[in-house]
Design a protein around this ligand. Structure first.
Ligand code: DQQ
Length: 579
């Protein structure tokens, strides 16, 4: 846990009256900027820093991905959206559809406040496909100004419309209201439902009792009448409010994804929660039995738990894609700029590239990789092979559009002997602090080596993504960093420039480390060791923009490393991105 997190935990635990924190560039409670709620969409949206191939609507604020699903040949992505401005508020479910997860078509907003059971907001939720191929959405409705939350459902008005444009909210809503034991202002974000062996449905939603995070469990025979189970699916002390829980099975062998109701001895379960207080997510792997989820013994079930992404990634949600037998994960990356800057540019928030997700062969963690469809956007390619990088060397990867690129590189080294000793006084749970302290310019032994992304010609600006290897007794610790601290010359008030970092649990026997980065104007989304550790950063260069952006590979360690292979592509824009 880093020192900022410790401080916040202390404040959080010592004052229940405090409800708003700002961390990770994201606000922890749902702040309403009253004077901005009715602002008209700006006519001129600032194009600088908009993404080329990451999902964005043409303007305004977006947050959580909602109800992703594959239905009759079409991918649906709904998302939290403010139709009136670039700050959070007036939340509706916007709706886009795609045949390939790359090209997206905007449809009319699918769910918006219109009934007493969602008059004050239509918050996050999930889709479930019922037997008979009938999709249904469960979402949280806000019913009053006190922020009381209930769970509602919506169904397509016309199942023969391939895009499912119109959604109906039946009059028997809400389906679930909080009983007296539940804090009704922290009772939200229903999961995809799953069928038990008894043919009864289950679903979970997030909340808290005092400082204990809770994933409530409800059961139903008919999907309409829901009864709270005696015990929650899971709960953990001192983790604060749980938002957007996601609960799903993964296969213990192979990369294939599983439908959410699959339950057999060859699966493990995953519970991911989004922590309202820290604005990070963590997940555990465990066993689901008798309607209780029990994390495996070696799992950290708390703020220091495993993360899908050690950077800007929140309110994620997964779904099973039967067309390719895979589970796909979507996550939202908020801006790291200030609210004032967001208002000026007229937009805020992107969805990261959807990732295929599966259980690592070690059984100890999940692995993620950008969906293969993103490769269809690859354009011009450059390649490097067998290129040595000695101490202090930097080479430019020329010939591609460095502001919008996909880079995949494998580094080799002859020896691990020069790995720096890991100082026992460093906090093993605070990779971010360590990266802040041991940045890309601090010479090391084995590392730092990696990429300098979104770099200006003379390195006034750059976002390095790199590894540094430490030796800790007879073990090696691999640190991966995505450091935004030098990403921009602009000293914008309120901008957040963290040295995001995570450790990579990788076997170094082959003396090899790989890194893939999806670079897209204001986002660098990186996958270390083929998806074992992922980090996403939002950055706002002033010089390293468009054709003035450069890409380098570098080594600042005394141990020579070799680029075994590097493939980099210019990335094209999709033909259709919500236009
Ligand atoms: N965002 C939604 C909530 C959810 C939060 C509101 C997570 O339903 O808990 O926009 O970012």
């Amino acid at each position: 846990m880093n020192s900022l997190t410790t401080l916040i935990l202390w404040v959080f635990l010592s004052s229940s009256a405090l409800t708003t924190f700002i961390i990770n560039g994201v606000e922890a409670s749902h702040n309403l900027y009253m004077h901005l709620q009715s602002s008209r969409p700006p006519v001129n949206v600032n194009q600088l820093h908009r993404t080329g191939y990451h999902f964005q609507p043409p303007r305004n604020w977006i947050n959580d991905p909602n109800g992703p699903m594959y239905y009759n040949g079409i991918y649906h992505l709904f998302y939290q959206y403010n139709p009136k401005g670039a700050v959070w508020g007036n939340i509706v479910w916007a709706h886009s559809v795609s045949k390939d997860l790359i090209n997206w078509k905007t449809l009319p907003n699918a769910i918006y406040p219109s009934k007493p059971f969602d008059k004050y907001g239509c918050w996050s939720g999930s889709a479930t496909i019922l037997p008979g191929n009938k999709p249904v959405i469960l979402y949280t409705g806000i019913v009053d100004e006190k922020n009381t939350q209930v769970q509602n459902y919506a169904v397509p008005a016309n199942l023969s419309d391939p895009y499912l444009r119109e959604w109906i909210k039946p009059d028997n809503n809400p389906l679930i209201v909080a009983d007296k034991s539940i804090n009704k202002t922290a009772f939200r974000d229903p999961t995809t439902a799953w069928l038990g062996r008894d043919r009864h449905w289950r679903l979970s939603m997030g909340g808290r009792r005092r400082h204990r995070g809770i994933a409530y469990l409800y059961r139903s025979k008919d999907f309409i009448h829901w009864v709270k189970a005696k015990h929650p699916l899971h709960s953990t002390a001192r983790t604060g409010n749980w938002e957007c829980p996601d609960f799903f099975p993964v296969s213990v062998s192979g990369k294939n994804g599983l439908e959410t109701s699959v339950m057999d001895p060859n699966v493990k379960h995953v519970l991911k929660v989004s922590l309202d207080v820290t604005r990070y997510e963590y997940y555990t792997l465990g066993t689901y039995k008798n309607d209780k989820y029990i994390p495996d013994k070696n799992m950290i079930d708390g703020w220091n738990g495993l993360r899908y992404d050690y950077g800007n990634f929140y309110a994620s949600k997964s779904f099973f894609d039967p067309s390719k037998n895979r589970r796909i994960l979507w996550g939202w990356a908020n801006e790291s700029s200030s609210t004032a800057d967001d208002i000026k540019k007229g937009w805020a928030g992107i969805q990261l590239i959807p990732r295929t997700i599966w259980l690592d062969s070690s059984g100890k963690q999940l692995v993620q990789w950008p969906v293969e469809e993103v490769e269809t956007l690859r354009g011009k390619k450059v390649e490097l092979k067998n290129k040595k990088l000695v101490k202090g060397e930097r080479i430019e990867i020329k010939g591609i559009t460095a502001a919008q690129a996909d880079v995949d590189v494998t580094f080799l080294f002859d020896s691990l002997d020069k790995a720096e000793p890991f100082d026992p006084s460093w906090d093993r749970h605070d990779a971010q602090k360590l990266c802040g302290h041991k940045g890309s310019t601090v010479q090391g032994g084995l590392g730092p080596f990696g990429l300098l992304t979104l770099a200006s010609k003379n390195l006034e600006e750059y976002t390095p993504v790199f590894f540094r290897v430490f030796k800790d007794h007879d073990k090696y610790l691999v640190l991966m960093c995505s450091d935004a601290s030098r990403s921009t010359l602009r000293d914008g008030a309120g901008a957040y420039r963290p040295s995001f970092a995570g450790f990579v649990d990788v076997d170094l026997t082959e003396k090899k480390l790989s890194l893939r980065s999806l670079i897209d104007n204001s986002v660098v989304e990186s996958f270390g060791a083929r998806g074992k550790t992922c980090i996403s950063s939002r950055v706002y260069p002033t010089l390293a923009i468009y054709d003035n952006a450069h890409l380098y590979a570098f080594n600042n360690g005394t141990q020579t490393v070799k680029i075994d292979s590097l493939n980099a592509w210019s990335m094209n824009r999709p033909l259709q991105m919500n236009n």
